[in-house]
Design a protein around this ligand. Structure first.
Ligand SMILES: [Zn+2]
Length: 108
């Protein structure tokens, strides 16, 4: 998840500083830089801003697809090398789906 520092981090939608006690939603950096919604990954949102965001469903579908891939990780990976190799391969699969633009379709 994005690092959020109360009183310093800005909401990616309204650009207001996130204050202590604000309800927030955050995402890890999961989209590649060339993706049009890239700036919203590795970012924090006020919960209300996120809920009102027109691209929310699409973004959420992308994140769900990313999570599906991560949670499909086989249990037999033992070494860090195996883990990294799997992660790399899985992420490339995710990028291919992004390029083919078929993630939203899969979640309809
Ligand atoms: Zn906001």
């Amino acid at each position: 998840m994005a690092i959020v520092i109360s009183g310093k981090t800005k909401c990616v939608i309204c650009a207001a500083v996130i204050e202590e006690g604000d309800e927030i939603v955050g995402f890890p950096a999961f989209l590649p830089k060339e993706h049009e919604l890239w700036q919203y990954s590795d970012a924090a949102f006020h919960k209300l801003c996120f809920q009102a965001w027109p691209d929310r469903e699409r973004f959420q579908a992308l994140y769900d697809a990313f999570n599906d891939i991560q949670s499909a990780r086989p249990k037999h990976l033992k070494t860090l090398e195996e883990f990294e190799a799997w992660t790399q391969e899985a992420y490339e699969g995710f990028l291919k789906k992004l390029r083919a633009n078929d993630i939203n379709e899969a979640h309809k």
